[in-house]
Design a protein around this ligand. Sequence first.
Ligand SMILES: Cc1cc2nc3c(=O)[nH]c(=O)nc-3n(C[C@H](O)[C@H](O)[C@H](O)COP(=O)(O)OP(=O)(O)OC[C@H]3O[C@@H](n4cnc5c(N)ncnc54)[C@H](O)[C@@H]3O)c2cc1C
Length: 465
Amino acid sequence: MMSQTSVQELNSGLMGTLIEPQDAGYDEARKVFNGMIDKHPRMIAMCADVADVIRSVNFARDNNLTLAVRGGGHNVGGLSSCDDGLVIDLSRISYTRVDPVEKTVVAGGGCTLADVDHATHVFGMATPSGIYGGTGVGGLTLGGGFGHFTRKYGLAIDNLLSVDMVLANGSFVTANAEQNQDLFWAIRGGGGNFGIISAFTFRLHPIAMVYAGPILYDITEGEEIMKWYRRMVKDMPEELSGFFAFLMVPPVDPFPEHLHLKKVCGVIWAYTGPMEKAEEIFNPIRKFKTPLIDFAGPMPQPVLQTMFDPLVRPGFQHYWRADFINELSDEAIDLHLKFGNMIPTPLSTMHLYPVNGAASRISSSATPWNFRDATWNMIIAGIDPDASNREALTQWTKQYWEALHPYSSGGAYVNFLGDEGENRVRAAYGKNYERLVRIKNKYDPENLFRMNQNIKPSLVTQETT
Ligand SMILES: Cc1cc2nc3c(=O)[nH]c(=O)nc-3n(C[C@H](O)[C@H](O)[C@H](O)COP(=O)(O)OP(=O)(O)OC[C@H]3O[C@@H](n4cnc5c(N)ncnc54)[C@H](O)[C@@H]3O)c2cc1C
């Protein structure tokens, strides 16, 4: 039994704050990005530094409490919270340090992507991450991390040089190519299964200005657009990336009023090559077909990274399903068009994110990210601010995914999984799963870190089967 005295000791030992259900900030602190998640932790440790993380890990372990770790809180399955346990919230550990000579950035374990971009942009550099500023560096990187620059510079894990982390026994270690190589392999895709990362060191690239933005077409032209796009993705230079989307035109400025809420499809482009070549790169795209909307143009990289933040706000309802895709067949395109035309709410969407190029030149056993040969990372996302639309979102997403799953590579991006069972976790890691289990056995045999897409230590598996 956990005593009130031990809770008080934890509280007074923290540089940060311990929030309990009776405290004023509790309801705010327990919120995560997905409004469908409504968990009530026994306490939330708003950690200010590594010492707070170590104290909190030791407390959870010694008191047999369920432990959840929160980076940016974006996991749609709500894995960064728990009922009745302890949440270690890292959002205050959001320092950054750029080394412009070595071209690296150190990011605290609770940084968002926007925090890191803010720090690096002033030096004319960026590290490849995602497509939304508010997403946590922690969860995104530990699952792999794809984004606008994956084709040119690889995944976030391909640019990760070193981590500092707190293990289940409370010890503090560094993992990189020289030290604790097994851990370093495992955390590059294996999620939060192995410990809490207090600092990430990433390689930086010369990404300052980009030429980017959506080019959108009438959905009635969807078949032609999708067939053209599937060729483009294989042939275009790696400096150019672009994810395909079905969407409704957002009913806000700067979208033309007469198109508001119209169902469209198109590509959200991002080009990182020399700006003086950008128009030339976009010429064939513009010549292919006259779009309804063409917002592609030059912009600073952080503007691209935060482009969707004002549209998809924290607290909205999310229900997602995903898979990797190698080939987009004509039959699959027919099904996409059927469900793209049935988008249930204005923010619901389907995205095909290209992950070919630099990311696919790395061996599928070099990190836990198994689907190195995939062309796209597909997500079907039911999204809406209104909780009464929950059923409609869920139904559309499930039916869409069930229709397309037979055309997939057989597994999904671990960061897009919801609560879909152990087989889907195994499928995400494929042949890398057993190696992950061996490393889990070594570093977390009691499965303290289990609020994640869990890699069960084999001892626990045997006991429960
Ligand atoms: C709007 C939106 C846009 C997205 N865009 C992208 C994208 O472009 N690319 C992409 O790859 N993914 C994207 N994702 C998916 C994203 O990678 C996952 O949701 C990821 O889990 C978010 O990380 P987080 O730290 O915000 O999440 P959290 O919910 O805080 O954490 C997710 C998991 O990671 C663990 N974790 C987080 N930080 C740490 C840490 N420092 N140490 C140990 N464990 C930790 C948590 O315990 C939990 O298990 C997006 C998600 C959303 C909601």
